[in-house]
Design a protein around this ligand. Structure first.
Ligand code: FES
Length: 117
């Protein structure tokens, strides 16, 4: 079912907000490039709200001493132990096949953001 969550202008680039929809806590995030994503707002490790964490990128290394910052603004870090989740897929960066956060479909129509729950 499609639920209204907020006006599009209330969610700026790089910002996230938590909403309760059908008794589920959901974090809605606008990436720095403007797309909107929604994830279950519960860390699968110990359960804190992911919306209390931060949006960041992640560092990869192509060889010793050489670091690359990737997925800037597309990585949601848990506030407790910094597990990292890709906001586009909900997959953790350290074990994407097994450790994931549920994602929800998001649409923007006529200046309003909707989440399908
Ligand atoms: S509770 Fe989220 S990483 Fe531990």
């Amino acid at each position: 079912m499609k639920h209204t969550v907020c006006k599009a202008e209330e969610l700026k680039e790089g910002q996230m907000k938590a909403f309760t929809i059908d008794k589920k806590s959901i974090v809605v995030i606008r990436s720095q490039s403007g797309e909107v994503y929604a994830l279950r707002n519960v860390c699968p490790h110990k359960g804190p709200a992911l919306s209390d964490g931060s949006l960041d990128g992640t560092c990869t290394a192509s060889e010793p001493g050489e670091y690359n910052l990737e997925k800037v603004g597309e990585v949601l870090k848990c506030p407790w132990h910094n597990w990292e989740f890709d906001i586009k897929t909900g997959c953790s960066l350290f074990n994407p096949e097994k450790v994931k956060v549920k994602t929800f479909d998001v649409t923007e129509e006529n200046g309003t953001v909707y989440v399908q729950v």
